[in-house]
Every structure is written in structure tokens, then in C-alpha cells.
Design a protein around this ligand. Structure first.
Ligand code: TYM
Length: 339
């Protein structure tokens, strides 16, 4: 008998972001913004998670970690997620993640894990702390998704490989036992799936970059963000167009497209005959217009800590109910004695 059909009426979404530092424009455009848009359609039952268990695969200062986590919670809401409609929770508050994470580890092969590009990158960066969690990270991420029987997982394209392993693990478990997990699909946005560094436009924009001019942080002062955009690396030409050797301009076009809703063709037409200076001013203005209301809402929320506590408590309670149903099924199918 198939156990994947719960009494859900709507399709489910699960996604997460690590509170591993300040949120970048890449995280916002590649993930958070799409969560807000998808949730607003009312077609999905959504679960949004702060992936704090994942964050400790890299050593954290506890004080800074706590601050980053609360900041990110406030930013989720400030960006437009409605916690009344869709649970927002900390991964560490829902024990089912650790419980299914272990089971998934026992279904994941070493060879699969060693092919993960995120692992290879992080292993290089954190050679002094090459812990087992960094290696088995994708098993926990698979558990995060499968616990909620998610249909759709909205992420930036750097997470695609993790989504593929999640699908493989779901199929592997279903075949070895009986249908238990929904096999989820990735939702990668058409625009902004990979926002690049402003200084090295062939590299992904990342909060762990040592050059702070390479990324835009949602909570940076607006004038700082404007300066970073004006300093962004372009090329020796002068046309606002996509093409070979124009990665810097194309990246700014992507950012402009994601923040204004204009298509790449419309952007090329808008800036036909105009120079990079005009274009950068327009991008800076569009980004500022996007970020300003989020910052205002964030500031309001941070002065209402009790409300934030209520949000994450309710979120964990709801998430826990859904997630434990899956854990119970899995434990039964594996052959653990029912408690
Ligand atoms: P994380 O925290 O690194 O990134 C969060 C989201 O932001 C996207 N992203 C980007 N999108 C476009 N351009 C960029 N430069 C850029 N940088 C980051 C990421 O693709 C991601 O969607 N493993 C995940 C967290 C996670 C998760 C999950 C996600 C844990 N469990 C379950 C989905 C479902 C991560 O490290 O994302």
C-alpha cells in the first residue's frame, strides 16, 4: 500500500536557508523571493525552515550564530512570508530532522557523497575542520525535504545536485520498502537562479567571499549597496547586452530583471544607446527599492522579539506534527519496534 498519500489537498513546498551569515541578494533572488511568490498563489501548503543543523557543519561562534538566526527569521517575514499561513521554523526545534537524517545516512553511499560539488568546495575552504557532518550534509537535506512529502523545492541552481540525490534516496527507500516518500521536484527560477559575484562574475555571489564588494547583503546600508553596484566589474565595451565576455553586465541585467520583472530583451531595448553609468544607476535604484521596505519591516520586527518567539514556536509545533507522521511510517517500515 502506498503511504505517500496523506489527506493533503494542496501540493506541498519545503525549502530552507542556512543562518550561516547575513542574507545576500543571491539568497533573496534565488530562493526567498520565489517562496513569497509561490506562497502567495495559495496553491501550496508551504514549510519554510532555517537550516540551523546544517550551519554547524562549519564552526560557529554561538553569539553570532544566535544573532544570524534571529535576523534571518525576521528577514523571512520582512520579505513577505506569512507565518500565519505557512509555518516558519528552526530545523533544530523539530527532532524528526535528526531522526530521519540518520536513516537517510544509512541509505546514502559514500561514492555519491564524494561527488557533491558543494562538499568538494567546502572541503577545500575548511580543510582544518573536515568533519563527517560536512560529508553527510546531503543525507540530512534529503530528510528535510522527504519528511514533509514535498512536491516542490524552490532553490537556486547550486542546490540542484542535492535535489537529485534527494530524489535518488526517495526512490531507493521506496523500492527497498514500499512507497513511502513523494519524489520531489526542484523549482529553479528562470531569472536569478545564480546571481554572480559583483567582482568576479564567473563565481557565485556568496556571503563567505573574502571580498565584501563582491556581494550585496539585504541588511547593508542602502548607500553601501549603491556603491557596490557602481563598482561592479563590467567589460571594456559599452553596450548593455548579453554575450561572450559580458558576464558582469549579464549578471547586473539578471539582478535588474529579478528586481523589476522586466525581461532581458526589454532591458536591452531600454538601455540601447545608453552607457554603463546609466544602467548601473538604474540597477542600484531597483535594488534599493526592493531592499528598503524589507529593511523597514525587519527593523519593526526586531523591536518585537515576543512576536518572533511566538512565530518560531508555532512553526515548530506545526512542522513537528507533519514530520513525525513520516518518521513513524519510516520507523515501522524499517522494522523498529513501535514504542
Ligand atoms: P544556502 O543557505 O546556501 O542558500 C539558500 C538559498 O539561496 C540560494 N542561493 C543563491 N541563489 C542564486 N544566486 C546565488 N548566488 C545564491 N546563493 C545561494 C541557494 O540555492 C538556496 O536555495 N543546503 C541549503 C539549505 C537547505 C535546504 C534544505 C534547502 C537545507 N535543507 C532543504 C532546500 C531544502 C543551503 O545551504 O542553502
Amino acid at each position: 500500500m502506498s503511504d505517500t498519500n496523506t489527506n493533503q489537498t494542496k501540493k506541498r513546498i519545503l525549502s530552507g536557508i542556512q543562518p550561516s551569515g547575513a542574507l545576500t541578494l543571491g539568497n533573496y533572488v534565488g530562493a526567498l523571493k520565489n517562496w513569497v511568490d509561490l506562497a502567495a498563489t495559495d496553491e501550496y501548503e508551504c514549510y519554510f525552515m532555517l537550516a540551523d543543523l546544517h550551519t554547524i557543519t562549519v564552526r560557529q561562534d554561538p553569539k553570532v550564530f544566535r544573532k544570524n538566526t534571529m535576523d534571518l527569521l525576521a528577514l523571512f517575514i520582512a520579505s513577505g512570508l506569512d507565518p500565519e499561513k505557512n509555518p516558519i521554523f528552526f530545523q533544530s526545534h523539530v527532532p524528526a530532522h535528526s531522526m530521519l537524517g540518520w536513516v537517510m545516512m544509512c541509505y546514502t553511499y559514500m561514492g555519491e557523497l564524494s561527488r557533491m560539488t558543494q562538499y568538494k568546495d567546502k572541503a577545500k575552504k575548511h580543510a582544518d575542520n573536515l568533519n563527517a557532518g560536512l560529508f553527510t550534509y546531503p543525507s540530512l537535506m534529503a530528510a528535510d525535504i522527504l519528511l514533509y512529502q514535498a512536491d516542490l523545492v524552490p532553490v537556486g541552481d547550486d542546490q540542484m545536485q542535492h535535489l537529485e540525490i534527494t530524489r535518488d534516496l526517495a526512490n531507493r527507500f521506496n523500492n527497498a520498502n514500499s512507497p513511502t516518500f513523494k519524489v520531489p521536484e526542484a523549482y529553479i527560477p528562470k531569472v536569478g537562479a545564480r546571481i554572480m559575484s559583483l567582482q568576479e562574475p564567473t563565481q557565485k555571489m556568496s556571503k563567505s567571499d573574502s571580498n565584501e564588494n563582491s556581494y550585496i547583503l539585504l541588511l547593508d546600508p542602502i548607500d553601501k549597496t549603491v556603491k557596490k553596484i557602481k563598482r561592479a566589474v563590467t567589460d571594456s565595451g559599452s553596450e548593455v547586452k548579453r554575450g561572450e565576455g559580458k558576464e558582469g553586465i549579464e549578471n547586473l541585467m539578471n539582478i535588474y530583471s529579478a528586481t523589476t520583472g522586466k525581461t532581458m530583451d526589454e532591458i536591452e531595448a531600454e538601455f540601447d544607446g545608453k552607457g554603463y553609468g546609466d544602467f548601473k544607476s538604474a540597477v542600484a535604484e531597483a535594488v534599493a527599492e526592493t531592499i528598503r521596505p524589507i529593511q523597514n519591516k525587519y527593523n519593526d520586527l526586531m523591536s518585537n522579539k515576543d512576536y518572533l518567539v511566538q512565530i518560531y514556536k508555532n512553526g515548530a509545533e506545526n512542522a513537528n506534527k507533519t514530520a513525525m507522521k513520516t518518521v513513524s511510517k519510516v520507523y515501522r517500515k524499517i522494522g523498529f519496534i513501535q514504542p
